[in-house]
Design a protein around this ligand. Sequence first.
Ligand code: F0G
Length: 357
Amino acid sequence: AIQWRGVIAEYADRLPDHVQTHVVTLGEGGTPLVPAPALDRRTGAHVLLKVEGQNPTGSFKDRGMTTAMSAALHHGARAVICASTGNTSASAAAYSAAAGVTCAVLVPDGKIAMGKLSQAVAHGARLLQVDGNFDDCLVAARKLAEAYPVELVNSVNPDRIEGQKTAAFEIVDRLGDAPDVHVLPVGNAGNITAYWKGFVEYAVDGPATRTPAMWGFQAAGAAPIVLGHPVTEPETVATAIRIGNPASWDRALAARDESGGLIEAVTDEQILAAHRVLSREVGVFVEPASAAGVAGLLMMAEQGRVPHGARITVTVTGHGLKDPQWALRTPDGSEVRPERVDPDVVSIVRALGLEEA
Ligand code: F0G
């Protein structure tokens, strides 16, 4: 096909039948692997970015939402619910609009980025701000879905994982085999679970001869898996991964250990520094949480722990326009204001410091 048809049509033979009877798609998946010479230089590896911000709603969640929403229609659901730090709610709202079902989202009060909030509202979701954090929202959403006729579309829903594993397939299909290392940010730990499932399936009976080491990175203020215990008050600028008690904790540990990988923490400073490298030297604009994987990779390089010449893929999970405020801050935290000039060439030349030709 000339046009990418969405992950259910493209990977039909590797997805369950029940997501294929009432397919809800917005053309998700088929995202590019973008070379990042600036990261090659810093790491001594060959780094490719899987740019998931190019999905329909601007994050990787769409891969799992096409499958979860299609399954919901198959089950005859009329309403769906999710807890979210923002991207899941944006995706659920858009796919609910496409499916013609009612969508309710629970988000932590005041801690969700404006772009994501506006998406959920624009697509007509019932948005409730909960006086609590993401973990509180998820507990409530799970209880609700047990007691009422609404389908839960968080990543604890196995159909979400099925859809999200297609990103691993795309990487192997493009490279011809699995990379040496796959790097990604970890929040509720659904995505690392999904990538690992995809890489394993492709190594068992697909085109891959091996699986990559999985390197996951949490934000230091929200790093329960690294610390080995839940964090009751998670804090980080990377609001998407501000999560203290990840639902797929065990499966993240399994992915780490079975793959010979690691899960470590990066500070907000490291996240914002990586965000700047991606913006200024690679040309890829991401939201802060999406820079956590790159921050981790750069930290590993500084510690001399990146194998020379390794082929490394890094998922950058969400688009920069979701949460653009960080681009308008200098490293010392002050606000960037556009320079004003008069509308004449002399003023503009002077402002830019141009020499005469
Ligand atoms: N990056 C972004 C941009 C995210 O939105 C999330 C999760 C993650 C990384 C972490 O992925 O949870 O599968 O480990 N966002 C969820 C949400 C929690 O509600 O949008 P994970």
